[in-house]
Write a protein that binds this ligand. Sequence first.
Ligand SMILES: Cc1ncc(C[n+]2csc(CCOP(=O)(O)OP(=O)(O)O)c2C)c(N)n1
Ligand code: SF4
Ligand SMILES: [Mg+2]
Length: 294
Amino acid sequence: MSKEKIQICPEFYDIMPPEYRDLVEQATFGKEDRGWKDIGQSKELIEEHSLCAGCPESMAFRYILASLPNPEDTVMVGSTGCTSLVFPHVAVHNIHSLFGNQNAIASGLKRALSVRFPGKIKDVVVLAGDGATVDIGLDMTLQAWFRRDKFTTICFDNELYANTGGQESGLMQKGFVAKMAPVGKQFEKVSLPEIARESGCVYVVHCTVSKPNLVEKIVKNAVLLAREVGPTYLQLYTPCILEIGKDSMEGLQEMRDSERPGERFRYKEYVTEEAKKYLAEIEAQKKEVSAITA
Ligand SMILES: Cc1ncc(C[n+]2csc(CCOP(=O)(O)OP(=O)(O)O)c2C)c(N)n1
Ligand code: SF4
Ligand SMILES: [Mg+2]
């Protein structure tokens, strides 16, 4: 079913770049239980990206795309920032919104999809930076949660405005001096996960992207819960290695260091009782299916 939706027009097949043909032919559309382990064997829906080499955002983007439960019926909403450089290469329907407006666009989109395709599952996933989610877009982010709009918001938290050269963001850590914020951050990092919980999100996770299996699990949970239960929020630390002067392996180490107990990106999770119940039901169904097929 899925590959019927994304095809190359036969007349243009010969002139399409080999990478694109490979993407269409090898992508994991429709594959049961797709996940980050498919990366490397089949295209995970990114042809290529134009982020800095080794940027953790690029890894995280791949893990997320590989983990979407229903990529052919998912619409992603992006915002201006480094992530917006990747969206043109992504084989999932996506909308580029004006900086900060992403959650308002996603709210309208979710409603429009339910009217246009009644009874059909259509997932909406917002993916934006911390500047877009917390600073300029905070009103739109919160209002979508207050309305209990059923979609997932993912924030790539690199603790600054990377795409414009390193300005201060509300999620920047206290005392940090960035290239375009020479005075240093004067106050603590804003606690958006707690605000998300208080604002109606049924599932909130705050972590780094150092462990692909964890990213896969939380993305699947967040999308499935947003479908049935309510808004979900993931805040993922994707350090800007250009700003902090590190290479990709050092960037990975930076994530490992900052997720240790007591550090600012230690794993945090908030799940409502209703959401826990739904996740338990999904788990039970999976066990039932594997018992039948074993
Ligand atoms: C309405 C509007 N205001 C400001 C900008 C300039 N601008 C572009 S990207 C950006 C910062 C993005 O920061 P963030 O959301 O944290 O994403 P990152 O680049 O760090 O991944 C800003 C302020 C813009 N493009 N549009
Ligand atoms: S500027 Fe920073 S966040 Fe943006 S692509 Fe480069 S390393 Fe990644
Ligand atoms: Mg940022």
